[in-house]
Each structure stands twice: as C-alpha cells, then as structure tokens.
Design a protein around this ligand. Sequence first.
Ligand code: 5GP
Ligand code: ZN
Length: 118
Amino acid sequence: MPDDQPDCLFCRIVRGEIPATRVYEDDAVLAFRDIAPRSPTHILVVPKKHVGSVADLTDADGPLLGRLFGAIARIARDEGIADAGYRVVSNVGRWGGQTVDHLHFHLMGGRAFAWPPG
Ligand code: 5GP
Ligand code: ZN
C-alpha cells in the first residue's frame, strides 16, 4: 500500500488539501477535531502515512502504534479529560462502523459512555 493515497480523505487532510482543526501534529501523527463530534471532546488521531485500518497493521507497525497511543495520552491530558477518563475507539470494516478507510482512533471524552457500545 503506498504511503500516500491521492483520493483518501484523511490523506488529503494530512496534506492540507482539506481544512481541519488540528490539535496535535508531529512527523508521524496528526490529530484533528471530528467534523461531527459525538461527545464534548471528539478528536481523530491518524498516522500520516496511509494505513487502511487496524486490519492492515503488522508487527512492523509497533513503533507507529506507540507514537499514536503516546499522542492520544498526551492530547487527553492537554484537553483536560484524562482524570475523568475517556474512550479510544477504532472502527474496522462495515460491521465495525468504519466510514473512512484510513486508520484513525476516535479520542472521545467530556461525558460518560455506555458499555457495550450500540
Ligand atoms: P469512522 O466512521 O470511520 O469510524 O470515523 C470517521 C469519522 O470521520 C466520523 O466520526 C466523521 O464524523 C469524521 N469525518 C468525516 N469526514 C470528515 C472531515 O472532512 N473532517 C473531519 N474533521 N472529520 C471528518
Ligand atoms: Zn489515507
């Protein structure tokens, strides 16, 4: 899979072709606010390189996942949701509810969440 997909929505956000409210960025990771937030804090954390979903990850992506989850923990602290707790979700495929085929973790907080999800 090429690192950069011309028509992928989140690759386009990474490249700056589509605007997004960026809350964190480094060489490997971008985080931006979800356009249709489902909780007071709803941020999408994505790898800058194109990965389709969790289903495409391999052992070689271990360092990338460390970077992604490190960013998630840091953003949660910066957003002030860490003490109360929050949810991290990655939807995979049709039944998982995935609508954008570029790996992303929903960082959601600011309210309590039900379990199991609907
Ligand atoms: P999924 O449904 O794949 O788990 O999550 C995709 C998320 O991307 C949804 O929560 C949706 O609101 C968000 N989203 C879709 N298009 C855009 C966009 O153009 N900009 C931003 N910031 N979020 C988007
Ligand atoms: Zn992409």
